[in-house]
Design a protein around this ligand. Sequence first.
Ligand SMILES: Nc1ncnc2c1ncn2[C@@H]1O[C@H](COP(=O)(O)OP(=O)(O)OP(=O)(O)O)[C@@H](O)[C@H]1O
Ligand SMILES: [Mg+2]
Length: 237
Amino acid sequence: MGSASQVFSAKGLSKVYGEGETAVHALRGVDLEVAPGEFIVLLGASGSGKSTLLNILGGLDIPSGGELHFADHRLSGASEAELTRYRREHVGFVFQFYNLIPSLTVRENIALVTDIASHPMPVDEAISMVGLLPRADHFPAQLSGGEQQRVAIARAIVKRPELLLCDEPTGALDYQTGKLVLEVIAGVNQQLGTTAIVITHNAAIAAMADRVIYLGDGLIQRIERNARKLKPSELSW
Ligand SMILES: Nc1ncnc2c1ncn2[C@@H]1O[C@H](COP(=O)(O)OP(=O)(O)OP(=O)(O)O)[C@@H](O)[C@H]1O
Ligand SMILES: [Mg+2]
């Protein structure tokens, strides 16, 4: 049963890649509830199943077993067409690499998304949220890595998704630039109420989350709640 008061409700989620002797058990029974507007940081060793879990939550991959609901939609067992619609309407993704289209300006990269979204915000509002209005007519190659990542965030949020799913968004960035990108993600979470799940290898980032989920060997090892979340500017590593 899905509980509509939760954004996500996962029960016994498993994922097996391959078959027989070469099968990899990437998730081995994950139970998880995520509340609307939560900011979650997902930590764990390489290969622990973080990306697998995020991709299943985001409808990019399907679980091998278990139940998954987004609000009152059942995602486990959904068809490819249903998952495509789910991603388009509800999910913004940010990855380590920005995947911007080099021949399009900042504004044009973001406008591509609003063409297919049902209730997007004005393109310049999204650009303004990531602090890049003065660079709106620049091409990706004219921007720093951190600025390109902020464009990728604007592209993810312009359709007003309920979910912002980020897989190592600061993985390719230096310290200061990484913090700026985290500020933007935290700002989206706070100002738009977007539920955010962020994968990182940097344990210091955990201090900005409402809850920190530690994944190990395809299972949730523990979940911690921060009594007080830190602002990204208060983090140090
Ligand atoms: N498409 C795939 N085919 C086969 N095995 C896969 C596939 N994707 C992931 N795996 C395996 O599943 C396990 C979990 O991978 P996952 O990418 O979720 O780990 P991760 O925690 O995100 O690691 P990292 O921190 O290195 O990104 C790993 O053993 C990985 O090799
Ligand atoms: Mg990963």
